[in-house]
Design a protein. Sequence first.
Length: 191
Amino acid sequence: MHKTKKQIILASASPRRQKLLKKVIKSFTIVPSHVDESTIRAKTSEAFAVKAALAKAEEIALKHKNSIVIGADTIVVLGNEILGKPRSKKEATAMLKSLSGKIHKVITGLAVVDTNTFKKITDYEITKVRMGKPSIKLIKEYVDSGRPIDKAGAYGIQEIKKEFIDGIEGDYDNVVGLPVARIKELLKKFS
């Protein structure tokens, strides 16, 4: 009896995550999860990101058979504070001003779940980002574009002007939303 190939499911609606996953996997299904992250409690930022990713993967895994489900959650951490997605232009502006001139961490929690065996593997990636000091005018232009609203920390590294970023230490793809090298390593454990 031959082993049937499992479908891969990405438990995310993020177009950035989908594009990054295509670097590793040609064909996968998108089934966004609807986990309420505000209910997740954890002692560290890393644990929070992993718990959120696992909650997303498990939610989708319960509804599908013969699949490998990938959950991911990216957060921005300044000091000990997790900066989620801004709820308004005012909040986005405040986040960008608070990040200005400082180093913050971008953490992506990862979870991979086999829906047949319920084997679960979790991990995370951390990238340090040194923000530049963009002018108030530049911040306002970016916020007025509406693009910061669906992004943790109120920015997408792939779409902001060079004045916003002074440098990064670690995986660039992680800052966009999915550490491709790390997810590739995790998926190898399910083949």
